[in-house]
Write a protein that binds this ligand. Structure first.
Ligand code: PGA
Length: 299
């Protein structure tokens, strides 16, 4: 049996997660020599190196990777236990780890605001990333819940749709197509187009539609952010397809939605979690809250 204290495991897990002794010391509010000595003692009781240092970069060895996975399981279980105890005492407290797709960032923070007002003892970590990055976090079991438009079929998930997320064609108000009442889909190929980056769900949905109708657009620019795309449209660089939710903020008086045939591409946001994962009390509370809040909302 390996003789390791919980503290040593926490220090190791933090160092492995952050890839740095210095950052681990900062996060845990201890000194860097303490981090090193705790990792050293743990390495001694495991009997194999846990890290390998190449240049300035810290890498996990095979033994380190195995221990990291076990540590994450242990700390998740302990967190769940604390949440259950708090729940028995009649309070909801603990951590909620959420990853949401870029378009949901226009909407989820507001819901989270109301949620945190009701449950002030729940700490939320929110990642705003694209479709491919969410998929990677699912594979690594990094979060409690995920919000996205196309839950990947190859991962065993439980998913519930909760609100519409239509994709629309957006242009500057003075764009030649803005005057047309109904724009033929094929006309899009004659105007510069701004596309989201590779790995984006929006891009995938747009390309599926264009492929279906054998359409090739002139991609003038690829950008990894909805906000940057809107600025590029305002700058006259082209038209694009974005979620209708991205049009909520005030600066968009100069933007318009084009009435293009086959649009909007109709989609939903789903809230998902890994099928084999037992939801924590806190995650379940958020899931119920979200479903309740969005029940009557329309887009
Ligand atoms: P994306 O996803 O940020 O990966 O484009 C947005 C969406 O699918 O709604």
């Amino acid at each position: 049996m390996i003789q390791a204290t919980l503290h040593q495991l926490k220090v190791f897990e933090t160092t492995a997660r952050l890839g740095s002794f210095t950052k681990a010391a900062e996060e845990l509010d201890i000194t860097q020599p303490t981090v090193s000595s705790q990792v050293k003692q743990l390495t001694k009781s495991v009997g194999l190196p846990l890290f390998e240092q190449i240049g300035k970069q810290l890498y996990l060895t095979e033994a380190g990777k195995a221990l990291f996975t076990s540590c994450q399981d242990v700390f998740t279980e302990l967190d769940n236990f604390e949440m259950k105890i708090a729940d028995f005492k009649g309070t909801k407290e603990g951590k909620l780890r959420l990853s949401v797709i870029t378009t949901a960032a226009y909407f989820i923070p507001r819901i989270l605001g109301s949620f945190c007002q009701i449950y002030p003892d729940i700490d939320v970590t929110l990642q705003v990333i694209n479709h491919q990055q969410i998929q990677q976090r699912m594979l690594n079991n990094q979060d409690d819940l995920y919000i996205m438009s196309q839950p990947p079929e190859e991962i065993d998930l439980k998913s519930k749709p909760f609100i519409k997320n239509p994709l629309v064609v957006i242009a500057r108000k003075d764009h030649p197509l803005a005057k047309e009442k109904q724009v033929l889909l094929e006309k899009l190929q004659f105007y510069p187009f701004i596309m989201r980056e590779y790995g984006s769900g929006t891009r995938k949905a747009v390309q599926n539609l264009f492929n279906q109708y054998d359409l090739t657009v002139k991609v003038r620019l690829e950008l990894g952010s909805n906000e940057a795309i809107k600025q590029a449209i305002l700058g006259g660089l082209g038209i694009s397809v974005l979620s209708k939710h991205t049009l909520t903020s005030a600066c968009h008086e100069d933007l318009t939605i084009l009435n293009v045939e086959k649009f909007p591409i109709s989609r939903y946001w789903y809230i998902s979690h890994l099928a084999g994962k037992q939801l924590s009390v806190v995650a379940k509370t958020f899931l119920d809250f979200l479903m309740d809040r969005t029940l009557l909302m329309k887009v």
